[in-house]
Design a protein. Structure first.
Length: 112
C-alpha cells in the first residue's frame, strides 16, 4: 500500500524490517492499482510516484522480491490509487515514465 513519504527515512532505502511484505489490492469504482516491475538497481529501495498534473505530493512503496511459479520477481505495488495519470520518480530528482491508472483495474509497468 502506498504511504506518504516519512522524512525520518533516508530517501530511497528500506529499513531492514520492511524487506518483505504482503499486499492487498483495493480497486473498484474510482480506484485502481499500479504494479511496477523494477530492474535490479531498485532492489531494497523505495519508489515514489506523484500525480502527473502538477507533480504534487509523492507517495512511496518498497521494492520487494516476490515468488512466482516462474521464479522470483522484483515488484513495487501501489495497491489503491485514485484513477488518473501518475509519474514514476526514478530517484529524488529524476522523472521516469508517466502511467495511466484506470478504475477497477491493475496497471503493470516494467522499469529499466
Amino acid at each position: 500500500m502506498a504511504t506518504a513519504h516519512h522524512a525520518a527515512l533516508e530517501h530511497g532505502t528500506l529499513e531492514p524490517a520492511a524487506t518483505c511484505a504482503s499486499v492487498a489490492l483495493d480497486i473498484g469504482t474510482g480506484s485502481g492499482a499500479l504494479i511496477l516491475y523494477p530492474s535490479e538497481r531498485f532492489r531494497d529501495r523505495e519508489i515514489e510516484i506523484s500525480r502527473r498534473q502538477g507533480e504534487g505530493r509523492r507517495v512511496h512503496t518498497g521494492v520487494h522480491e516476490r515468488p512466482t511459479p516462474a521464479g522470483s520477481v522484483l515488484t513495487a505495488v501501489f495497491g489503491s490509487l485514485e484513477a488518473g495519470e501518475y509519474v514514476v520518480w526514478l530517484d529524488e530528482d529524476t522523472l521516469g515514465p508517466a502511467v495511466a491508472v484506470s478504475a477497477a483495474s491493475v496497471t503493470e509497468v516494467t522499469l529499466a
